[in-house]
Design a protein around this ligand. Structure first.
Ligand code: NZQ
Ligand code: ZN
Length: 393
């Protein structure tokens, strides 16, 4: 029986600049002689004035822009930014947007100075999975709390041609700094607010809902994040509720869910994410909306393997004290589903118009992307993943 926090080495170098009116600090954070490429998405940052504030903060520095990075950023688009950085000699990147823009910037930062073909940064059947040894420095302005990409080194990229959605991470792809202004969330529509709550919830669960090893700080930190999300979620998804304290809690919880603090030295799962990525790839379902479908089914199918942590989750996160252990677990799973549903998210295949005939293709994708024998013990087979999808019908 494994017991005790595992060996780990951890360094998170990203400087967080949090609060009101922080974008102007960019002037102090980027070298004055830097040539900066500002990366952004489909235009929300221009519409709501964030882009102009960033440009103002850049002052006299040389800069240019690269827009059009999609939600679920594609290699095909990002490689154009890589070429631009190389051809025009940018030496600093500024990502202004949500997880997609920030993830995209990480690949551009690594790809622009990669010795070889940038596709080989990725493994999982797409490229050679070679290590990243350097990257162009970059900062971020976060506009959507969800992924914690603003304070981690992970980047998820979609390959349209190869039909894959896979990630890479390296010690060189942490942002130098991230600006977190909770007021930037005021322009988010309900659906994206719900996405942020759910993605943060499931990030915490992937690091928490495994098996206990007596890692008390990680457990209690995770439980605190989950309880905060449960408390604030219903108010956060009211897009007209521009309460600063509420949105500040939302933004900082999302960052903490995946800045890797809670996952040091403990087993992790990430199978819900793997199954979710196949749903996004095949049916263009928002990342978080795949997770609200997959996680409850995962909890049901993997009840035996996750028994002790499910019970701890029921008792400590949902305060369920009555009934047998199994009854407590079942109520906790039900409450998790209800929570996602209250936020307006789908919890079944039928909620997104999918049926059982979708499953073989999804499982084939998992096999193609080397996502078999996953989860905290590496024992979630392709057949088990089939069962999880089926449970979610
Ligand atoms: O593109 P624009 O016009 O900017 O609009 C975006 C986009 O349409 C909009 N938006 C963002 N900020 C806004 C806003 N609209 C109004 N007001 C604002 N303040 O929201 C839409 C979604 O944005 P996106 O960046 O795609 O969302 P999210 O932050 O949820 O990122 C999703 C991507 O991150 C990956 C996902 O797989 C997906 O590709 N993930 C990254 C992770 C990481 N780096 O660690 C972990 C996650 O598990 C996840 O896989
Ligand atoms: Zn996620």
């Amino acid at each position: 029986m494994e017991k005790g926090i595992r060996n780990f080495e951890f360094q998170n170098p990203t400087k967080i600049v949090f609060g009101k009116d922080r974008i102007k600090k960019i002037d102090e954070l980027i070298p004055t002689d830097a040539k900066v490429l500002v990366l952004y998405g489909g235009g929300s940052v221009k519409k709501f004035g964030t882009f102009d504030r960033v440009v103002k903060a850049l002052g006299d520095r040389q800069w240019d822009e690269f827009g059009g990075i999609e939600a679920n950023p594609t290699y095909e688009t990002l490689i154009q930014a890589v070429d631009k950085v190389k051809a025009e000699g940018f030496d600093y990147l500024m990502a202004v947007g949500g997880g997609s823009v920030i993830d995209g910037a990480k690949f551009v930062a690594a790809g622009a100075v990669f010795d070889g073909n940038p596709i080989d940064i990725f493994g999982n059947g797409v490229g050679k999975g070679l290590p990243v040894t350097k990257a162009v420095p970059f900062g971020t302005v976060l506009t959507l709390p969800a992924t914690a990409s603003e304070m981690n080194n992970n980047s998820v990229v979609t390959f349209v041609g190869k039909q894959a959605k896979i990630s890479f991470a390296s010690a060189h792809t942490y942002p130098q700094f991230s600006i977190l202004e909770p007021e930037l969330t005021y322009s988010l529509p309900k659906r994206q607010l719900a996405n942020g709550i759910i993605d943060s919830f499931v990030h915490t669960m992937e690091a928490y809902l495994t098996y206990p090893i007596d890692a008390r700080v990680q457990d209690r930190w995770a439980e605190g994040l989950l309880q905060t999300l449960i408390e604030i979620g219903p108010d956060v998804v009211d897009e007209d509720n521009h309460d600063y304290a509420l949105r500040a809690n939302f933004m900082w919880t999302a960052t903490n869910a995946l800045n890797r603090f809670i996952s040091q030295g403990v087993p992790q799962d990430w199978a819900s994410h793997a199954l979710g990525h196949e749903l996004t790839l095949a049916y263009h379902i928002d990342h978080a909306r795949t997770l609200s479908i997959v996680l409850p089914a995962m909890m049901k199918v993997r009840k035996k393997q996750k028994w002790e942590k499910l019970l701890q989750y029921a008792e400590r996160v949902w305060n369920i004290k009555e009934g047998s252990d199994e009854e407590k677990i079942d109520v906790a799973i039900l409450k998790t589903e209800e929570f996602f549903a209250i936020l307006g998210a789908p919890i079944r295949f039928s909620d997104v118009g999918l049926k059982e005939d979708a499953i073989p293709g999804l499982v084939a994708g998992l096999v193609r992307h080397d996502k078999v024998n996953i989860s905290e013990r590496g024992d979630l087979s392709a057949e088990d993943s089939y069962a999880v999808y089926k449970e979610a019908l």
